[in-house]
Design a protein around this ligand. Structure first.
Ligand code: FAM
Length: 434
C-alpha cells in the first residue's frame, strides 16, 4: 500500500474511537442553540458540522490542521527552486495532519502523474458544448461525466462493509484530483487560446504542470501552488464545501459530490466574486480612464455601486470579521513580485477606502476584504486575463479540501445529512409564546 494510504488508514483507526465515544457517551451534550434569525438566515453560525481538516476563527482566519497560512506555507516541502509548497504535500497534510518529507511527497507526485490522463470522452464532451458556455459549467460537466469511473460506486454495488467506504472514496478522490488541472487547462486553451493544446510534462508536479499546460511561464507555477493551497479549504459550512459533504452523505460518489459543489462555487456571492472584482475594476477604469485613481474617485465609485443596490465584490464574509489572511498572503506575494502593477495599486487603494465606506453604509457585518478581492489581479498580471475562468481556478483548489473532507466523512461513518425544517406558522407560534 502506498505510504499516504497506509498513514491515513492508521490515522482513521486512531480517530474512530474518539467519534464513537462522543456519540455513545456524550451524544446529548448541547453545543449551541438555534434562533429564528438563524433558521431564516441560512443557518449562519449554527454549529452542526464536524471537520478536523480546517477551522475558521472569525478574527484570525483559517487554520489548516491547526496551522495558520504562513505556518502551513513554511512547513510543507517545496519543489526545488520554488517559493511555494507542493499542493501534493498539502493534500497529505490535510488528510493526515502530518507534514510529509520530501520523499513522501514525491511518491504522491508520481502517483498523481500516473493518474493524470483525461479520458477521451471527456474531451469529446467538452468539445461538443457551445464554446460560449461558461467554463465553470464545462468544468462541472467534465467532472460529472467521469462518474462512470467511480471505484466507490462499483464497490458499493458489489457489496462493501461500511468501515471500508473510505478506501474506494480515497481512490476516487485521488483519480479525480490528479486530472483536474489538465481538464481546467484543456477548457482554457480550447476556449481562449485558439484550441491549441499543450501536452502534460511528465516530470512536473501538479501545479507546475498546470502552469505548463496553461502556457504560462515562471513564476506562474508558484502562483498556482499558492492559489490552490489558499483556496483549498475554509471549514465545512461554506456553500461549496457543504454541498460536497451533503451530496456525499447520500453515499453519492466523489464525482457526483464534487460536480455539485462546483455548481455552488459558481455563484456570484461565492466563488464568482473574484471575476466580479475584475469586472468592477475594469468598469472603474473605463469610467476614470486615463486619470490616476485617487481615494476620492474610488470612494465615489464604491458608493455608486452600493447606491445601485449591488454588493462590493471581494468584501464581506459570512464568518470572518477581519481582513482575510488569504487576502494578506496574496498581497505579500504581489508586494514582492509585482509592486508596480497598476491593478495591484488599485486593489491596495480600494483596501484603504472600502472598509470605511462599508462601515458608513452600515449593512455588511464584515467590512474587510476576503480572498477574492485579490486573486484576479494576480492572475491578470501573469497573463490570465479571461476572468470568466477565475472561478475554475478556485474550483481546482477547493477540490483539494473538500475531497479530503469526504474521505474522512466516510472513514468516520457520518450519516446522511437531514436537518429539520419548520413552518413559518410554527416560528410565529414560538415567537408569541404559544
Ligand atoms: N457590499 C455591500 N453589501 C454587503 C456586502 C458587500 N461586500 N457584504 C454584505 N453586505 C450586505 C448584505 O448584502 C446584507 O444586506 P441585506 O441585509 O440588505 O440583505 C447585509 O450586508 C448583511 O450581510 P452580512 O451578514 O454581512 O453578510 P452575509 O453573511 O449575508 O453574506 C457575503 C456574506 C460574502 C455573501 C457578502 O458579504 C457579500 O455578498 N460579499 C460580496 C461578494 C463576495 O465577495 N463574495 C465572496 C465571499 C468569499 F469569501 C468566497 O466565497 N469566495
Amino acid at each position: 500500500m502506498a505510504k499516504l494510504k497506509e498513514l491515513l488508514a492508521q490515522k482513521i483507526a486512531e480517530h474512530r474511537p474518539r467519534t464513537q465515544k462522543l456519540l455513545k457517551e456524550h451524544g446529548d451534550v448541547k453545543i449551541g442553540e438555534v434562533t429564528i434569525a438563524q433558521a431564516i438566515g441560512g443557518a449562519r453560525g449554527v454549529r452542526c458540522l464536524v471537520t478536523d481538516i480546517s477551522y475558521l476563527d472569525p478574527f484570525e482566519g483559517i487554520r489548516f490542521r491547526g496551522k495558520t497560512i504562513p505556518e502551513t506555507l513554511a512547513a510543507l516541502p517545496k519543489p526545488e527552486g520554488c517559493e511555494y509548497p507542493f499542493v501534493e504535500a498539502h493534500w497529505w497534510f490535510l488528510l493526515t495532519g502530518e507534514v510529509p518529507t520530501y520523499d513522501e511527497v514525491m511518491e504522491v507526485v508520481k502517483d498523481w502523474q500516473a493518474r493524470r490522463t483525461i479520458p477521451q470522452y471527456v474531451i469529446d464532451l467538452l468539445r461538443a458544448m457551445p464554446r460560449d458556455t461558461h467554463p465553470m459549467t464545462m468544468f462541472s460537466a467534465a467532472i460529472l461525466a467521469m462518474q462512470r469511473e467511480s471505484v466507490f460506486a462499483k464497490r458499493y454495488a458489489q457489496g462493501m462493509k461500511k468501515d471500508e467506504y473510505w478506501e474506494p472514496m480515497f481512490e476516487d478522490c485521488t483519480n479525480l484530483l490528479a486530472k483536474l488541472p489538465s481538464i481546467a487547462a484543456y477548457i482554457y486553451r480550447m476556449k481562449y487560446k485558439g484550441d491549441e493544446h499543450i501536452p502534460p510534462d511528465p516530470n512536473l508536479d501538479w501545479a507546475g504542470n498546470f502552469a505548463h499546460q496553461m502556457g504560462f511561464a515562471k513564476p506562474y507555477d508558484d502562483v498556482a501552488r499558492m492559489y490552490f493551497i489558499l483556496h483549498s479549504d475554509h471549514e465545512s459550512g461554506n456553500v461549496s464545501a457543504h454541498t460536497v459533504h451533503l451530496v456525499a452523505s447520500a453515499l453519492s460518489d466523489a464525482y457526483y459530490a464534487l460536480s455539485a459543489g462546483i455548481n455552488g462555487l459558481a455563484g456570484p456571492l461565492h466563488g464568482l466574486a473574484n471575476q466580479e472584482v475584475l469586472r468592477w475594476i475594469q468598469n472603474f477604469q473605463a469610467k476614470f480612464g486615463g486619470q490616476e485613481p485617487t481615494e476620492e474617485t474610488v470612494r465615489e465609485a464604491l458608493w455608486e455601486t452600493l447606491r445601485s443596490g449591488q454588493v462590493i465584490p471581494g468584501y464581506g464574509h459570512a464568518v470572518l470579521r477581519k481582513t482575510d489572511p488569504r487576502f494578506t498572503a496574496q498581497m505579500e506575494f504581489a508586494d514582492k513580485h509585482m509592486p508596480d502593477d497598476p491593478l495591484f495599486k488599485l486593489v491596495k487603494l480600494i483596501y484603504k477606502v472600502a472598509p470605511q465606506v462599508l462601515m458608513e453604509h452600515g449593512k455588511a457585518k464584515n467590512p474587510w476584504p476576503n480572498v477574492d478581492a485579490h486573486s484576479g489581479v494576480i492572475q491578470w498580471h501573469y497573463g490570465l486575463r479571461e476572468w470568466d475562468f477565475y472561478t475554475v481556478l478556485f474550483g481546482v483548489g477547493r477540490a483539494v479540501g473538500v475531497l479530503a473532507n469526504i474521505t474522512w466523512d466516510r472513514a468516520l461513518g457520518y450519516p446522511i445529512e437531514r436537518p429539520k425544517s419548520v413552518t413559518t406558522q410554527m416560528l410565529e407560534d414560538v415567537a408569541s409564546g404559544k
